[in-house]
Design a protein around this ligand. Structure first.
Ligand SMILES: Nc1nc2c(ncn2[C@@H]2O[C@H](COP(=O)(O)OP(=O)(O)OP(=O)(O)O)[C@@H](O)[C@H]2O)c(=O)[nH]1
Ligand SMILES: [Mg+2]
Length: 422
């Protein structure tokens, strides 16, 4: 995970973390933007440990803050990497005394620096590969992405520490990474990456076997066959045709809305990978569309953008206007800008009477239906047709939950347990 040194753990970082924890994925941490004014590193470490319940083991430590940031020290060996001279490097460390480092900048002081390093070595945990592999501990690297500083350390850590692809759970069985048959699941959809072509890429992660360009695969959800004519590898701004890919690889598949997040692709077997979560939004808004003639277009645009995961859309069953749910306020600006740029739709937000949307689960469909009938003006459907309860306040949510013992409210939906209403 990448943490902005000035901001600490942002809501989306937290979501990412929760997905990792749910799937037992080990985490490497890069604390970025050390060339700018940032929060105290001890404070950031403390925040990681306290809010994520994750042990933090600094591998490097920043020397100087903000404009006085001159580089990092390798906590274990004392080796140094300098912003001026070692940017872009992930290779050998310099041997330098604290006095020599401190002499690089008049605001640095060798004694203070030494004291800080002593504190890091005494107070912070040491890196333990086993705890890392089990997801209890994260190694921490400091750097500046903008100056390409410390990024080499991060890439080296990825190469050294990243575990091999693991066994993945599917609905009918578990799939081992060493199986020969190709299997993969879609974890992200990105539309309009190339605005001139209105393209739409589904990113899949291979779980087993080998993917070759041109191969025919089966989409488990629809049982339809599709051929992978132009699978692609992405690296930053670059892309290249993927002639072949293996378990653990991430491949982009161009398609026009056929693939959805959570979809499983196989060479024919009928299985669905599980454990791809959907989180309840933290912010709900109503959409106001001044041009009512465009309602249909808006619906299609929202469908596409929600499949992409940009926002979640809820349709109140009483027929009132659509609700949009997002995780962070910035997403509302992004959504509005994209609706305008990509679909020529001008919209406004208004604040609805509801604060929370929670999926409704129960032992059987009857219980959910009974509940939905008792609260007709507080029920909405998501795009899968699963029902959510709309609560006005935290009290409303709690009170309603307590008075309806046979149902539970959930703020996470496992995409493949989406049909709770069997
Ligand atoms: N000084 C400095 N700026 C950086 C660094 N990394 C990214 N930025 C800048 O910070 C701005 C926001 O980038 P990021 O925070 O990486 O991207 P983001 O989190 O998607 O965007 P925000 O929501 O605006 O934070 C951009 O203008 C980047 O160029 C860095 O290491 N140092
Ligand atoms: Mg940022």
């Amino acid at each position: 995970m990448v943490i902005d040194g000035a901001k600490g753990i942002e809501p989306r970082t937290r979501k990412l973390f929760e997905v990792c924890r749910l799937r037992d994925i080990p985490i490497i941490t890069f604390i970025n933007k050390m060339d700018r004014e940032s929060r105290d590193p001890f404070d950031l470490i403390d925040e990681i440990e306290k809010t994520l319940a994750l042990d933090a083991a600094p591998i490097t430590w920043p020397v100087g803050r903000g404009r006085d940031f001159v580089g990092t020290i390798d906590v274990e060996s004392g080796g140094v990497r300098l912003l001026d001279g070692d940017a872009g490097s992930g290779g050998r460390l310099r041997e330098m005394s604290l006095a020599t480092i401190a002499a690089l900048n008049s605001n640095l002081n060798a004694a203070t620096l030494g004291g800080e390093l002593d504190l890091v070595r005494q107070a912070c945990k040491r890196f333990d590969p086993l705890a890392f592999a089990e997801g209890h501990m994260t190694p921490i690297f400091f750097g500046s992405a903008l100056k390409n500083f410390g990024v080499g350390d991060l890439l080296n850590a990825l190469a050294d520490l990243a575990p091999p692809p693991r066994t993945q759970a599917a609905d009918k069985r578990v799939v081992s990474a060493t199986e020969l048959g190709m299997s993969a699941f879609v974890f992200k959809i990105q539309a309009n990456m190339d605005p001139n072509h209105r393209d739409r890429i589904a990113f899949v992660r291979l779980c087993s076997g080998k993917l070759t360009r041109g191969m025919k695969v089966k989409q488990a959800r629809t049982a339809k066959a599709m051929s992978l004519r132009a699978p692609q590898f992405f690296f930053a701004q670059d892309r290249a045709l993927a002639e072949e890919a293996y378990a653990g690889d991430v491949v982009g598949i161009p398609n026009h809305g056929t693939l959805r997040i959570g979809d499983t692709l196989t060479e024919g077997e009928d299985i669905n990978f599980v454990g791809i979560p959907n989180f309840a939004p933290e912010i709900l808004r109503r959409i106001r569309l001044p041009d009512a003639m465009k309602a249909k277009k808006l619906k299609r645009a929202l469908q596409e953008l929600s499949e992409e995961g940009v926002a979640q859309v809820f349709r109140p069953t009483d027929g009132s206007a659509l609700l949009v749910g997002v995780v962070g306020p910035l997403q509302l600006d992004v959504l509005k800008a994209r609706l305008f740029a990509e679909y020529a739709l001008e919209i406004d937000w208004s604040t609805p009477e509801f604060q929370f949307a929670r999926w409704i689960a129960a032992d059987n469909r009857k219980m959910i239906d009974r509940f939905a009938t008792s609260y007709p003006s507080a029920i909405a459907e998501d795009f899968d047709g699963d029902l959510v309860f709309l609560a006005r306040t935290a009290f409303d949510l709690e009170y309603t939950g307590e008075h309806n013992g046979d149902i539970t409210f959930s703020d996470v939906k496992d995409i493949h347990r989406r049909k709770q209403r069997v």
